[in-house]
Design a protein around this ligand. Structure first.
Ligand SMILES: Cc1cc2nc3c(=O)[nH]c(=O)nc-3n(C[C@H](O)[C@H](O)[C@H](O)COP(=O)(O)O)c2cc1C
Ligand code: SF4
Ligand code: SF4
Length: 250
């Protein structure tokens, strides 16, 4: 069973391809989080978790969701993370730790470069660069699907001291200092379509008098700012003039 979390569609695309190649079911963690139900899943096939890398680890919301969910049947867990222009750091160690805590059998973590979506911090590549990055990623997803299909664990990747630091003590510090929704603003370009509120996986946006209001529980997934059809949302002045990146399919 292939589970995915995605803000702007990279991990959704990866999950779709892997699920299709494994002829397996796909479950949206975004939808599960939005509904807020505690669920039990049963699968005789390996569990594949697909998500973006956030601050050199699996997103905190995904780790929390895995902890709160029951998985029956096959307990082998693979992690496929999409990353932007950065690295995976020591993300694998934290995925292995999560498995040890939840009773899942860790089968490895692989990260694959996809277009950078973090426009509240850096910039997304041009349209043509995005197309080449995605074209390079697709055969890698195929290779990973084939390894999962054959029941082979993903190979271990050596981690530098810097990698240990950024995934280790720096990750919680980064969440505390930077992952906040206070920087979001909305301009008069807003047409009150409600897409931002509908897309937010954490239900962190209410519509008040036709405008989005952020409620303080944000994971910086970029779904609201990148999905807005009129580019009415900005993050401080950092996102101004930047290309929005969004390939998410509903
Ligand atoms: C909050 C946040 C943190 C991120 N941290 C990293 C990172 O540590 N390393 C990296 O290479 N990319 C990082 N990125 C880029 C995304 O992981 C990458 O663009 C991913 O493919 C987006 O997937 P999605 O479209 O499924 O949301 C980050 C993006 C966001 C929004
Ligand atoms: S998605 Fe954009 S246009 Fe639609 S309600 Fe949100 S801010 Fe307004
Ligand atoms: S408020 Fe925007 S960035 Fe924050 S979790 Fe919701 S959709 Fe993602």
């Amino acid at each position: 069973m292939v589970f995915y979390f995605s803000g702007t569609g990279n991990s959704q695309l990866a999950a779709k391809q892997i699920a299709a190649e494994l002829s397996d079911e796909m479950v949206s963690i975004n939808h599960c989080l939005k509904k807020g139900e505690k669920k039990t899943f049963r699968s005789e096939r390996p569990l594949v978790f697909v998500a973006p890398i956030y601050a050199w680890r699996i997103p905190k919301v995904v780790a929390q969701w895995i902890c709160a969910t029951r998985f029956e049947g096959n307990q082998n867990a693979y992690f496929v993370l999409t990353r932007g222009g950065g690295t995976q750091g020591n993300a694998a160690a934290y995925a292995a730790k999560l498995c040890a805590e939840t009773g899942l059998i860790y089968q490895g973590l692989a990260s694959v470069q996809m277009p950078e979506n973090y426009i509240a911090l850096s910039a997304a590549p041009s349209e043509s660069e995005c197309a080449s990055i995605i074209a390079r990623a697709k055969p890698v997803f195929s290779k990973l699907a084939s390894q999962i299909g054959q029941g082979k664990p993903f190979p271990k990747i050596p981690v530098s001291l810097v990698g240990r630091f950024i995934s280790g003590p720096f990750n919680p510090l980064y969440y505390r200092l930077y992952i906040k929704d206070k920087g979001f603003t909305v301009s008069d370009a807003c047409v009150s379509c409600g897409k931002c509120a509908k897309r937010c996986p954490l239900n962190n946006i209410d519509m008040a008098e036709g405008r989005p209001v952020w409620k303080g529980n944000c994971t910086h997934c970029m779904a609201c700012i990148c999905g807005c059809p009129t580019e009415a949302i900005e993050y401080k002045s950092i996102s101004k003039g930047k290309r929005r990146y969004d390939i998410m399919k509903e």
